[in-house]
Structure formats: structure tokens, C-alpha cells
Design a binder for this molecule. Structure first.
Ligand SMILES: Cc1cc2nc3c(=O)[nH]c(=O)nc-3n(C[C@H](O)[C@H](O)[C@H](O)COP(=O)(O)OP(=O)(O)OC[C@H]3O[C@@H](n4cnc5c(N)ncnc54)[C@H](O)[C@@H]3O)c2cc1C
Length: 454
């Protein structure tokens, strides 16, 4: 006798999608309810009328260490639609100087990055040696040690004699884009997680990858097909407004005036929505979730009438622009160049007009990439995500709930849950898998509920 549990997943971001596919693969009957008219959640794309092509809501990158996310791409059949560096290689530009490169050398971890660190321009020789010693100390810290979440990486580095220059030039370069917070505000625990998993524990962990196709095609559309092939159902524009336990040991999900009975529910919405939807009796989770704050990302999309950079990505030191990507594969005209710039922890960019953003970014581009001075800007757009990620500040760990809740058959998923990872695509996928495994494991056991028997 096989019991087929009915599982409702609320929210079609990466957490909900990975949960839904996992539940279906484990034999559950899955229904996914998404409030918007598309899947993919915080990873999405749209046709930009003025630019004339599909732009993403923001440049999304992953690293080779993001194994759950890469496994998810494989599972939904799109692993061939991403680009992945064979070997970490990032040119670093300093206005007025020749570029240098951060790259992975053929040495065992953590020595693979040592030659790059020791030739890191912008730091004095003694700062480079000091940074190498600090990295070695950091690699011995355990990100699971809850005490690390009481401090910021900035305080920890300061207490170990790191100069302001080291913090700004080196540590901010790595931590700001990965935690979406400056070093001085970032949780030490999450910084240790990123540094160890990405940069120190294995040599290939930080090789960088990104999608070659629009994000909605990569995640939302492909996952919808993968789910349909597994017999799952997806309802778009199906906002859930209430979830309650039912008398018959299940959970009832209310959406658009309809009630859906489920053996288990995986709630994979952003934390503010989860906070409202989790029933009153799960008050501990609600109270913690209400305290989770967010951090914004602003993304710039710049189209130039000629090529101004010859590498797929690079990072600008001492500039407002930070990480710059060449995404010209989106363009019809092969002589133009389409650059995207991700501005992390972007509070200072909020409230500026598109015109202001264009003026600042073009002036900066001229400083960083001198060839841009001869180029004409033929298109510009900015995308703003005010609540892009949860705020990875000290004390966050205590606020992040696990997959289980006090309502036995209600599970939480989302990059904000307790995955040990910062708010990333990897964290979202991991959370979905964890919630799905718990939900299916419990649901295939108890007998006293409505079930389909095959
Ligand atoms: C601009 C930007 C850049 C980023 N860059 C990177 C990067 O480079 N690398 C990286 O790893 N991560 C990056 N991230 C973070 C990453 O995108 C997120 O951590 C991840 O996608 C979150 O997935 P999620 O499923 O947890 O949540 P979400 O994607 O927020 O999904 C939640 C879903 O729930 C739906 N929903 C909400 N309310 C309801 C309701 N009442 N009923 C039904 N459905 C509902 C929402 O519409 C949404 O689809 C970036 C994020 C942004 C915004």
C-alpha cells in the first residue's frame, strides 16, 4: 500500500520550486500556489521596452560551492543554460592604474588564493601579509558556532589589527556582494560561512557562474515544466490569505475565496508574508520573523555603442561601481556592449532618479574603463529591489526559523530560514529541500487522514 500525501506549496520562488519538485519526486501530489503571474520569485526577468530586450531584475551569480542550486538546475534540465568559469579569474581595476587579477592558482586550498592576495594592489605589502594571516585565522572558525553571530566581521577584523584600507579594499570586495551588507555591519558567522565555503575550504569553491538566459526562463519556466512532467499543478495569481489547521489532522489553505485541504503545507513566501500567514499558535516563529530586516540591491543596465571591456566580468576598486558583467549575449547588435552592475547594500542609491544613476554610473565607467570615454550610451535602465535579501547582521541567526513549526504539518522554506547560508539562491534551494524532506517523511507515516491509496 502506498500513501500519496497531498502537499500544497505556497510561493513559487526558488525555495517553493525546489520544495515542489522534491515533494513530487518523493511521490507526493503537489499543488503550488503563487500570488504573481510568474514563477521564480526574487529571480525574474522582463522585456524592457526602451532597451528592446529581456533584462533580469538584477545580476544573479553563484559559485561552484553552491551544490544544491546547481543540482536544482540539473533537475529542471537547464544546467546547460548557465556559464561557469573553469577557474576563478576576476580582473580588478583601479582607476588610473593597470588591472591585476584575482585568480585560483594550482595549489591546495587555502593556498590557491595566496599568490593573488600577496600581489593585491591597493594594499601595502604588510597589509597583504596581515590579511593572509587573518584569513588563516578565519578559516579555523566554525560558522555553526552560535556565538559568532553576536559580532560583526568588521569588529572581529578590527580587533585583529586589520586596517581600514584592508577592510574596505579586500574584505568589503568579497563580503558586500555575498552578504549584501558592508563588512562593518555583517554577521561574523555568515561571513565565516561565505569565506570558508566559497574561498578557503576548497580550491574550486569560488569559481563564478551565471545564467546565459533570462532568469524567468532559467528558473520559473523550466521549473513549471519539470513540475508538470511530475504531475504537479501550478496556480498563478493565487494569493494565499490564510492558513489554518484542520480538525482532520491536515492543513487548510485559503486562496481567492477557495479552501484547499492538504496533508502538509510548505510556506515558501518572503518572511514578512510568512509572518502574517503562520497561524497565531506559532507565535514564536511569528515574533522572530517580524524582527528580520532587509537590505536593498540596485542594478544598473548600461548599453554602449561599442565594446569597452574584453572580459566577462571584473571588479572596480575604489569606485562606486563594484562588480561589472558583460551580458552582451542579450543584444541583437553584435557591435554594442551590454554591461550590468550590481550595487549591493544599496541604501545610498535609493531615491535617486534614473537620470542621476545614469550620470553617476557613466562618469564612474569612464574612470574605471578608459575605453568607455569614447563610447556613446545607447540605453540605460535601473532596477531597484528594496527588500532583496534579509539583513545578514549580527543577531540574525536567532531570528531565522527552521523548517518545522509548532503547527505539525506546516513547514517553512525560504532563503531566510535557518540554512546556515546567507540570503542566496543556494540557501533558498536548500531550504526547499529541507522542508520537502520533512513534510514527505512525516506525511507517509500517520494513517488517520484522507489519503489517496494506490
Ligand atoms: C536584485 C537581486 C540580486 C540578487 N543576487 C543574488 C546573487 O547574485 N546570488 C544569489 O545567490 N542570490 C542573489 N539574490 C538573492 C536570491 O535571489 C534570493 O535569496 C532567493 O531567490 C530567494 O528565494 P525564495 O524562494 O526564498 O524567496 P522569493 O524568491 O521571494 O519567493 C517567494 C515567493 O512567494 C510568493 N508569494 C508571496 N506572498 C504570497 C502569497 N500570499 N501567496 C502565494 N505566493 C506568495 C512571491 O510572489 C514569490 O514568488 C538576489 C536577489 C535580488 C532581489
Amino acid at each position: 500500500m502506498t500513501i500519496t500525501p497531498r502537499i500544497v506549496v505556497v510561493g513559487g520562488g526558488l525555495a517553493g520550486l525546489s520544495a515542489a519538485v522534491e515533494c513530487a519526486d518523493r511521490g507526493a501530489e503537489v499543488t503550488l500556489l503563487e500570488s504573481r503571474s510568474r514563477l521564480g520569485g526574487a529571480t525574474w526577468s522582463r522585456h524592457h521596452r526602451r532597451l528592446g530586450f529581456e533584462i533580469d531584475n538584477g545580476q544573479h551569480v553563484f559559485m561552484r560551492c553552491c551544490e544544491a542550486y546547481r543540482g536544482f538546475l540539473n533537475r529542471i534540465g537547464v544546467a546547460d543554460r548557465v556559464f561557469m568559469q573553469q577557474r576563478l579569474s576576476v580582473p580588478v581595476w583601479r582607476p588610473g592604474e593597470s588591472a591585476f587579477e584575482i585568480r585560483r592558482h594550482a595549489l591546495p586550498a587555502p593556498a590557491h588564493l595566496l599568490p593573488s592576495l600577496l600581489s593585491f594592489r591597493g594594499l601595502s605589502l604588510s597589509e597583504r601579509f596581515h590579511a593572509a594571516q587573518v584569513a588563516a585565522r578565519l578559516s579555523r572558525l566554525d560558522p555553526e558556532d552560535a556565538r559568532l553571530d553576536d559580532a560583526s566581521l568588521g569588529d572581529w577584523l578590527g580587533a585583529r589589527g586589520s586596517s581600514a584600507n584592508e577592510i574596505e579594499r579586500l574584505w568589503d570586495l568579497l563580503i558586500r556582494p555575498t552578504l549584501n551588507l558592508p563588512v562593518r555591519e555583517a554577521s561574523l558567522a555568515l561571513a565565516v560561512k561565505v569565506m570558508r565555503t566559497g574561498f578557503l575550504d576548497r580550491a574550486d569553491g569560488a569559481d563564478i557562474g551565471w545564467s546565459r538566459v533570462p532568469l524567468t526562463e532559467l528558473h520559473g519556466e523550466a521549473a513549471a515544466k519539470a513540475l508538470a512532467m511530475r504531475g504537479g499543478r501550478v496556480h498563478l495569481r493565487a494569493e494565499v490569505d490564510r492558513i489554518e489547521s484542520s480538525r482532520s489532522d491536515g492543513v487548510v489553505v485559503h486562496s481567492r475565496g477557495q479552501a484547499l485541504m492538504a496533508d502538509a503545507v510548505i510556506l515558501a513566501t518572503p518572511p514578512d508574508v510568512a509572518c502574517k500567514l503562520v497561524p497565531e499558535s506559532a507565535s514564536t516563529e511569528r515574533a522572530a520573523l517580524a524582527k528580520l530586516e532587509t537590505s536593498p540591491i540596485v542594478s544598473l543596465h548600461i548599453v554602449l555603442d561599442r565594446k569597452v571591456m574584453d572580459v566577462p566580468l571584473g571588479v572596480a576598486l575604489g569606485s562606486e561601481l563594484e562588480w561589472i558583467f558583460d551580458r552582451s549575449e542579450r543584444l541583437g547588435n553584435p557591435s554594442d556592449q551590454y554591461l550590468t552592475v550590481a550595487l549591493s547594500a544599496a541604501e545610498r542609491w535609493l531615491g535617486r532618479s534614473v537620470r542621476e544613476l545614469e550620470a553617476i554610473s557613466v562618469a564612474e565607467l569612464h574612470r574605471v574603463l578608459p575605453r568607455a570615454r569614447a563610447a556613446r550610451v545607447v540605453g540605460f535602465a535601473a532596477t531597484v529591489e528594496r527588500h532583496a535579501t534579509f539583513r545578514a547582521s549580527p543577531g540574525t541567526r536567532a531570528l531565522r526559523p527552521g523548517a518545522g513549526t509548532r503547527i505539525g504539518r506546516l513547514y517553512l522554506a525560504g532563503a531566510f530560514t535557518q540554512t546556515g547560508w546567507p540570503a542566496t539562491m543556494e540557501g533558498a534551494v536548500r531550504s526547499g529541500l529541507a522542508a520537502a524532506r520533512s513534510a514527505v517523511a512525516v506525511e507517509t507515516q500517520p494513517p488517520n487522514r484522507r489519503s489517496r491509496i494506490s
